[in-house]
Design a protein around this ligand. Sequence first.
Ligand code: FES
Length: 579
Amino acid sequence: MRMIRLKIDDKVVLAPEGTTILNAALKAGINIPHLCYMEMPEIGYKNDCASCRVCVVEVKGMNRLLPSCTTPVAEGMEVITNSLKVMQKRRLVVELLLSDHPKDCLICGKNGECELQKLAISFGLREMRFEGKEAKHDKQYSISITRDITKCIMCRRCETMCEEIQSCGILTGIDRGFNVIVNTAFNRNLIDTNCTFCGQCVAVCPVGALYETDNSFKLSQDLIDPDKKVIVQVAPAVRVAIGELFGQKPGTDCTGKLVTALKKLGFDGVFDTNFAADITIMEEATELKHRLEENKKLPLFTSCCPSWVRFAELNYPEILDNVSSTKSPQQIFGSLAKNVWAEKMGIDRKNLVCVSIMPCISKKYEASREELAVDENPDVDYSLTTRELGRIFKQYNIDFNSLADSDFDSPMRDSTGAADIFGRTGGVMEAAARTLYEWVANEKLDNLDFTPLRGFEEVRTAEVKIGDKNLRLAVVHGLRAARKVVEKILAGEEEFHAIEVMACKGGCIGGGGQPYHHGNFDIIKTRAEAIQNLDYHKEIRASHKNPYIVELYEKELGEPYGDKAHKLFHTHYVDRKIK
Ligand code: FES
């Protein structure tokens, strides 16, 4: 590739042809503030509509200032990023953005995380020179996502994510001029659209126009209610990300501190979703084994990701028989806790509040699905994201970093490495393969690492010989990729035996409820490495070898996929196609 030589603020910089000034500058360690622009080449995400003009720079020989996020470098170019003219223009742009932006920052869903707020701070704005007319729109609540359209700055990051990465196209610019807003068609509530609640729009929104529907107040009320027993489960991906909210490096394993902090909040039981993930494998691997023996309902699609399940229900009801009936780990935990553990402890399930801490926004929606309740009492009462939990720890003045480690409570405590890797893309399929191999081939699996299923390519495939069968396995992350794979299968162009689908890029570690990555995909990769290390360091790395799970089936549940297990751990899906 041809390299271009230019000067940025008197520094000689070499950049590949086609690079934008912004990227060349950032690579050279020169910061240019930017707002609407976001790019994650690793997943093919690029939002470069150049709508905000915060990133303007001066280029010698040009009369007007240029947006650095869309202007390519040129040989001999001389760029100035910090002249008086540039600084004044940037400041003016931010002032104009603020002129019609609501000023209720103190109660905004992105307060402290807002990129516009950070710009205003860094520019030292102390007064509003322009008081523009403010558009007024009612907040729109859904079970998972709250939209505060009045705060939208028309950067289009959400629209690009929803359309180009997730292929859902729920959010789009509507109307013209001052009235233009990013909205759903016909102003429908998200639940009445094809939205899957993946929350990737929330993950990239720079301001408070999109955020998770917050359950933290509900939790604080339940924790002080003397008539309620409140227990909590924690998903695998949360533990390697929550430290970021307290200044720790991405990928720091905070399991022990997290458990201690939850105990300080006063939960009556702090349990591990990983225990339920091991059960998921017991059920899903058995289900796949049966389907392979009967050679029907193949390929089997995994069902841990509620956004993928809703995507299938909304777009491809014809494949719902192929989606595993096994509940997700969140819901298996809820079912086990409310139907088995509560009875043993003599607790009425109506007085037991089962809370989950998830990296995911869609889990809020999943917990509310009516088939995952008994007499309208949900197995999981509600879910909080990693971010919500971090805020609660801060509210309760818990000094997270100084906490000692502690262990999850038993009995839903001990898990295998197979459960850990549920947190990253490819993990569920790899965990299932570890168990399926030994069950079908009837021999010990020496190499537990199915490396072709790892990585970040949007579709990864592997051929695995198990007994006398050559199984074609696939791993997909992102809903655009899932759509492509499903279309190929329906057209008879591809054949697989089993496919893992996760809606979020990177899997749960990149979930919409995780600490904001601000477009830095390396953060997601680092979390994935941390998850993998947890697996490597576990004594037992296959779910069916977890002695506590074996004992649970022997003493309580009977056979995997048997009558009792089926009643507790399996579900059904609904054709939700919008006609
Ligand atoms: Fe370049 Fe918005 S960041 S125009």
